[in-house]
Design a protein around this ligand. Sequence first.
Ligand SMILES: Cc1ncc(COP(=O)(O)O)c(C=O)c1O
Length: 350
Amino acid sequence: MFNLASLVRGNIKKLSPYSSARDEFSGKASVFLDANENSLGSPLTKWYNRYPDPLQKKVKEKISFIKKVPIEQIFLGNGSDEPIDILLRCFCEPKVDEVIIMPPTYGMYEVSANINNVTIRKVPLTSSFQIDLEQLEQSIQPNTKIIWICSPNNPTGNSMDRQSIEMILNNFDGLVVIDEAYINFSRQKSFVADLNDYPNLVVMQTLSKAWGLAGLRMGMAFASSEIIQYMNKVKPPYNISEPVQELALKALDEIGQVNDMIKAIVDMRAALEKDLMNIETVEKIYPSDANFLLVKFQDAKALYEYLLDREIVVRDRSNVQRCEDCLRITVGTEKENKALIETLKSFKQS
Ligand SMILES: Cc1ncc(COP(=O)(O)O)c(C=O)c1O
């Protein structure tokens, strides 16, 4: 049986969180002498002298409208990397608890667990990059707190089979975190719509990919209000700065343009795939639901260096298990994709 109270670390359950001046006053006032800010303002801009809203209410209202999730079920972080770390700190007792990751996958689940001194069990994806349910079941221990699922997965690009994810959600008594950083580029349905069915579900998304705002640093986690409350307890009080909140508010109004852009990127992904098929050194292009392609070459390392010498940077994944001789290529602009293809055509295998 899933029991959130028994999953949370004892010290976090007991924790009295920091209460900021902005937490303690939320009414209407014209004189603010409660937060030791500089009332004169900065010489550079007069208006960033105040602390931002710790719980980012206005941004969450917009996200709530777009995603159809109540505000209390939304957490905002400094990129998705912040909720990854905060979930570990809320639920995993260092040196005692465990998490499961399924490589090849996004590297921060492992790094963040290592930083928090939390043991990692690895259940590699199958040769078709799907979840190995049998191995997963055998790897779950009484102290396994989190299973990380990345769908669509980085670096492979494919989505995980929905039935497998549902099977895990229905049978695992810890948290199931589904990282949907690339979901907008896929035809798969987001698990955000299923939050009410699964008390153990956390869905992560980000403004870094489809929204085109990797430099802004805003990640989202959606879960039950009880899980979000624990995450809010642990986060730094002002984890999203005022300019970031302002820009996010403006950006979230542009959903029409973002949808057009997603369509354009998906079309360019298909065109890039087609062009890559005609390149001699390409051995395999893996199907992608994301804004990148994982491509197997005859000699990825040599090709990677060749591209670098011509000022084209792709991601060398050839040292990653199951991605031998693979490069991960982000879909660029039409001009960038053309430059890549022309350069690949000029490469002569030695
Ligand atoms: C699967 C996945 N999750 C999360 C992130 C990080 O996103 P953010 O920029 O929101 O920290 C990445 C970045 O590449 C990613 O591939």
